[in-house]
Design a protein around this ligand. Structure first.
Ligand SMILES: CC(=O)SCCNC(=O)CCNC(=O)[C@H](O)C(C)(C)COP(=O)(O)OP(=O)(O)OC[C@H]1O[C@@H](n2cnc3c(N)ncnc32)[C@H](O)[C@@H]1OP(=O)(O)O
Length: 407
């Protein structure tokens, strides 16, 4: 192998920082380095070397991720970079193969990542599993429907975020099992989420929060920043930049949104990353004013096809033979009989009902991607009429998947 690969020691962390700085053409701010170190698991960090020079890097962060009907350990792949001097020589491919073999050996049945570019990871068996939505709601068009939920018992509480951290953690952990894609946050991940130094603020001002609660406790929270601005005519024109908003019931959810949309001195709310089925669109009297766009969010790779398929729930019963193509993880390749009634997925030599690349199973795994649409795109071969629709219906899930926070 041209570029040997091995896990790095903690003493090699500065070299990894230099490499990522160069690969992403970015600069580390002091607080950022500590936060990044806090979420780095050195025994799960891999580097490729040219002599004693580190030329490629990637790491796995260990999470629990909600899947349809349960919660499973997942390998969160992050911080992938190759020096510009060593690109397009197969360094990334070697790192990806080694990483997937390690994940398989550890027993995690799937891996997840956020891609910097959508063209990179399909070749390694990752499928585009989640789309998110971003939108800008103008305050002047933000009226809610008359029947929007309201609860007079709810109160709003404003706090500096660091004082409400325990409330966020408790509330988030209540919401996390309810939506596929949401994943566990360590204390270091919370440190990064609540980071508020100059670098984290940028031009958007300090991190703020509002909580919705009643006498029994917190029912939701929103984290946001406010970018102050005025028009040429000195009219207040600030913008609320929503970082995250979670609530355990519709009235708390509506109250939090209302408090963001109604802020004085602001003319709009920008939400950069929300689930495709975000309920706010059903609260607005004129939802066209969401000004929405979509982007790919989580990419999912099934590392152990039978393990992954038997450890999620299904929306409809199905029994069929799936033929999987997987040259990166050959242990997945071949024919599998999936039976949701028996909750089994076993190797078989029977004729397949459909054939597909492993990336498409990954795309559908969290329940947010229609297999039928891949068939219509000519990427699934159907050998028995209706088989793709059956599997597509069984794998679909509500609510739609969403990771919510880039790792
Ligand atoms: C989860 C994350 O961390 S996402 C962040 C990814 N990193 C970045 O975007 C940082 C900047 N880019 C880089 O560091 C590098 O260009 C990388 C990591 C994207 C690619 O590394 P390389 O070592 O050049 O990739 P490698 O040579 O193994 O390429 C393998 C294949 O991927 C293709 N490929 C690599 N990068 C890209 C890209 N950005 N877009 C499309 N195709 C790509 C190559 O053409 C090659 O294709 P082939 O197999 O058909 O020949």
């Amino acid at each position: 192998m041209n570029h040997p690969i091995r896990p790095i020691a903690e003493s090699e962390f500065p070299a990894a920082l230099d490499l990522l700085d160069e690969a992403f053409v970015s600069s580390w701010a002091p607080g950022q380095i500590e936060r990044f170190k806090g979420v780095t698991e050195f025994d799960r960090s891999l580097a490729a070397f040219d002599g004693d020079r580190m030329v490629g890097f990637t790491q796995v962060m260990s999470f629990d991720m909600t899947v349809p009907g349960g919660v499973l350990p997942v390998a969160g792949v992050s911080s992938v970079g190759v020096l510009a001097s060593h690109r397009r020589r197969g360094v990334l491919s070697s790192l990806m193969r080694r990483q997937l073999a390690d994940v398989h050996a550890k027993g995690e049945v799937f891996a997840a990542l956020y891609a910097s570019e959508a063209a990179i990871y399909g070749r390694y068996g990752y499928g585009r599993a989640v789309d998110n939505v971003f939108y800008t709601i103008p305050k002047h068009s933000s009226a809610f429907r008359a029947d929007a939920p309201a609860d007079p018992a709810l109160r709003l509480r404003i706090e500096p975020p660091e004082r409400a951290r325990e409330d966020f953690v408790r509330l988030f952990d209540k919401v996390r099992p309810t939506r596929p894609g949401l994943y566990s946050r360590t204390a270091a991940r919370w440190d990064a989420t609540l980071a508020d130094d100059e670098n984290a603020r940028g031009s958007a001002g300090r991190l703020r929060c509002v909580l919705a609660e009643d006498d029994d406790g917190v029912r939701g929270y929103a984290l946001f920043r406010v970018k102050r601005a005025v028009t040429d005519h000195d009219v207040p024109d600030g913008e609320v930049l929503l970082q995250e908003l979670f609530a355990v019931d519709p009235a708390a959810y509506a109250a939090l949104w209302r408090s963001l949309l109604d802020r004085d001195l602001c003319s709009r709310v920008f939400a950069a990353n929300r689930p495709l089925d975000d309920p706010v669109m059903h609260l607005l009297a004129e939802p066209r004013h969401l000004n929405a766009g979509t982007l790919d969010e989580l990419w999912i790779r099934l590392v152990d096809v039978p393990g992954a398929l038997t450890q999620r729930a299904y929306s409809a019963p199905v029994e069929l033979v799936v033929e999987v193509d997987d040259d990166v993880c050959p242990w997945n390749a071949g024919r599998w009989r999936l039976s949701t009634a028996k909750q089994t997925c076993e190797r078989t030599e029977d004729a397949p009902d459909l054939s597909l690349p492993v990336r498409i199973l990954g795309a559908a795994y969290l329940g947010g991607r229609s297999l039928e649409s891949y068939r219509l795109a000519g990427q699934i071969a159907e050998h028995r009429e209706g088989a793709v629709r059956e599997l597509s219906a069984a794998m679909s899930w509500s609510p739609l998947p969403w990771g919510g926070l880039v790792f």
